[in-house]
Design a protein around this ligand. Sequence first.
Ligand SMILES: NC(=O)c1ccc[n+]([C@@H]2O[C@H](COP(=O)([O-])OP(=O)(O)OC[C@H]3O[C@@H](n4cnc5c(N)ncnc54)[C@H](OP(=O)(O)O)[C@@H]3O)[C@@H](O)[C@H]2O)c1
Length: 275
Amino acid sequence: MSKTIFITGASTGLGKATAVLFAQKGWKVIATMRKPEDAGELSQLGGVSVLPLDVTDPEQISSTVAKALELADVDVLFNNAGYGLAGPFEGATDEQLVRQLDTNLLGVMRVTQAFLPHFRMRQSGLIVTTTSIGGLVAFPFNSVYHATKWALEGWSESLAFELAPFGIGVKTVSPGGIKTDFAGRSLVLTQHAAYATELQKAMSRFSDPQRTQQASTAEQIAKVVWEAVTDGQQQLRYVAGRDAQDLYAQRQQVGVEAFRKGIQQAFLGDPTGEK
Ligand SMILES: NC(=O)c1ccc[n+]([C@@H]2O[C@H](COP(=O)([O-])OP(=O)(O)OC[C@H]3O[C@@H](n4cnc5c(N)ncnc54)[C@H](OP(=O)(O)O)[C@@H]3O)[C@@H](O)[C@H]2O)c1
């Protein structure tokens, strides 16, 4: 019998690529998104059901998860919906802070809670969450995004212990750059004039073609999601994409403090002004 994956944020990018890949592999896919009317080719794919879900709406989480469980015996929850908030922390409005945490962190927690009775009852299930290499290392001017993704890494690591006795697995996929809408229409920027010079330095590093060329395609990262779901391993963390693997290996190798100095140099130069 075919298995079923429930995906959040499946309208574009990694969520969509993962939906397509699992459908091609013969899985049933419940692709959820804020605007199901924009599902496009996904709604034409065999085995794919599209349902509405804004992960910041607790009532819709309840109704959509209930509907999904009527449609299929869901095996895998893929928490993928999320977006970036970048820019000076001091300039972030309260609305921006709340929305970032609500979407990237509380949304994942609430959707997961909605599935737990189902997974516990059947004594099996897998929860895979898209974090980021930004959940394992930090760059300047992304502090709130990092707060959500580091939180998801810690939350997942802890949750894995308490769900294992019920046969429920927990994994994270931590991608580096992915060529999606993330850095375009999905990105929200904070403003604060006092940080303009430093921000400019960091932004030119972020948009350096040498750096952006290393980004993976959504299809490449979807393959890592496939591996995490199907490899039968107890492994928690899947660092995805060459850029992310290089960065993570560097941090492990040189240690946190030396790694931080490297990031400082690369993005902002020497804080003392000496070059
Ligand atoms: N791209 C990267 O460089 C990168 C790197 C590391 C990690 N990630 C992570 O990868 C995940 C997918 O991002 P992506 O790269 O595929 O970017 P994307 O193309 O912008 O996709 C983001 C998805 O999240 C959805 N979303 C945003 N807020 C939502 C909400 N409140 N409820 C439900 N869905 C919501 C978007 O839906 P709408 O279409 O309705 O806006 C869209 O489907 C995110 O968690 C992101 O943090 C991305």
